[in-house]
Design a protein around this ligand. Sequence first.
Ligand SMILES: [Zn+2]
Length: 96
Amino acid sequence: MRPHGKLEYGGQVTPLRTCVGCRVRTVSSELLRLVVVEGVIVPDLRRRLPGRGASLHPTPSCLQLAERRRAFPRAFRVAGPLDLSLVRDHVERAAG
Ligand SMILES: [Zn+2]
């Protein structure tokens, strides 16, 4: 096994994910993985948490887009409501 999270360009392993905000497909290392824990959307920084994940660029604009189109309940296949405060905190911190 290779170290977790390492990508090999030109090789075979370049997992692609779609951002639930802007819908752009990109390598998963550029996206923040999110999972739902008891109705709260949690940033899965180590990509270790179990369950259905959603991917998002860690930017305020993609978060806003995802909220506006109600992408999260669809991505997680839950009826909602979902608490976004942890994601918002993380994105705001990441944006500086
Ligand atoms: Zn995006």
